[in-house]
Design a protein around this ligand. Structure first.
Ligand code: NAP
Length: 321
């Protein structure tokens, strides 16, 4: 291990950071320090077993972050808007990490950002979980941290959780709908920012194609970026393994699972009128997706030649539907 550069991975017990930590550990070029607020949780233990150093730190606690970043060559940084649903808090967390990265002289940060939709659309759309990340992206660049920004598209894994096809009543078909439930950790934390009811809604994309990728395939991408700092520092990379319409997503799900999955035909206007917290913001996100944000399939495939198309991903996961 001596001599290997140390990468600090935030969100290491989650979807993005978990994949990044595993890819780095499997590859072996870098030492991995995995950050969590709960080092005894199963996912942290699993990373330790694979060879990571697991440290306790909280993105709201500067001293703990300072310790977590000590001696690091680089970092993968992701913030989780859905934990608190506050744009301001996400900006504070991101800027705190940017300041510390600068102060500790990190050589390369891969930051998982998203567009500042509010700014890009001249205030026409507001997508809080994008906008805050956009502010932080700009901050990393402004203060001169050597950064590569990545922007993830809609995760395919959303089709197994909040956008799992729901059985249509009295029919043998499944509809692409959203199942919005309060995440368990929010219930545990007693937070009220998220959805406090279970209900169904749809993907309001009409015939406009929407980018996607398996978040599970992110790890090798970040590994590749960290191995080629000269090529990728300063770049903003929109990730995707393909753009499909809702009808095409539904057709692939039908073909692969053997169940009839139909696309809903809800408009963003109908969508945002629904009575659940976040409906308006989620509708604005789909409206932004309809503006076709820049996602680069060729570069994504160059960075991870094994990143799966939707067809391949559903093929690997069909038993879960
Ligand atoms: P996730 O699977 O829910 O995991 C969240 C991770 O963040 C956990 O590892 C958690 O660690 C860590 N975390 C949360 N708050 C923390 C804090 N205060 N201090 C330290 N660690 C903290 O989340 P994910 O999917 O990897 O990433 C979420 C982000 O992805 C969101 O901001 C979302 O906007 C963005 N995103 C999602 C999509 C999508 O389609 N779903 C697409 C693009 C971008 P511990 O609990 O172990 O401490």
């Amino acid at each position: 291990m001596a001599g290997k550069k140390l990468i600090v991975v935030f969100g290491a017990t989650g979807a993005q950071g978990g994949g990044v930590a595993r890819a780095l550990l499997d590859d072996g070029t870098f030492k991995v320090r995995a950050v969590t607020r709960s080092p005894r949780k199963k996912k942290a233990e699993e990373l330790r077993r694979r060879g990571a150093e697991v440290v306790k730190a909280d993105q709201d606690d500067e001293a703990s972050l300072e310790r977590a970043l000590a001696g690091a060559y680089g970092a993968f940084i992701v913030t989780n808007f859905w934990e608190h649903c506050s744009k301001e808090k996400e900006i504070e967390q991101g800027q705190r990490l940017a300041d510390l990265s600068k102060r500790q002289g990190l050589h390369h940060v891969v930051f998982s950002g998203l567009e500042n939709v509010h700014q890009l659309t001249g205030g026409r759309l507001e997508v809080l979980h994008f906008d805050g990340k956009g502010v932080v992206e700009e901050y990393f660049q402004k203060i001169g941290v050597p950064t590569t920004i990545i922007r993830l598209p809609f995760y395919f894994e959303n089709f197994l959780s909040i956008f799992k096809p729901q059985k249509a009543p009295q029919r043998d078909t499944f509809v692409l709908e959203t199942e919005l439930k309060t995440p368990l950790y929010l219930l545990r934390a007693g937070l009220h920012c998220s959805w406090d009811q279970s209900l169904h809604t749809e993907l309001p994309m009409g015939d406009t194609p929407m980018d996607g990728m398996a978040v599970e395939d992110l790890g090798p991408i970040v590994l590749c970026l960290l191995k080629s700092p000269g090529e990728y520092i300063g770049q903003v990379i929109g990730l995707s393994t393909g753009k499909l319409t809702e009808a095409e997503y539904a057709a692939i799900l039908s073909q692969q699972t053997g169940k009839t999955v139909t696309a809903s035909k809800i408009s963003p206007e109908e969508y945002e009128k629904q009575d659940f917290p976040g409906a308006k913001e989620t509708a604005a996100m789909f409206r932004f997706y309809a503006l076709k944000p820049d996602r680069n399939v060729a570069l994504t495939m160059k960075l991870n030649p094994k990143a799966r198309t939707f067809q391949q991903w559903v093929g690997d996961n069909k038993n879960a539907f």
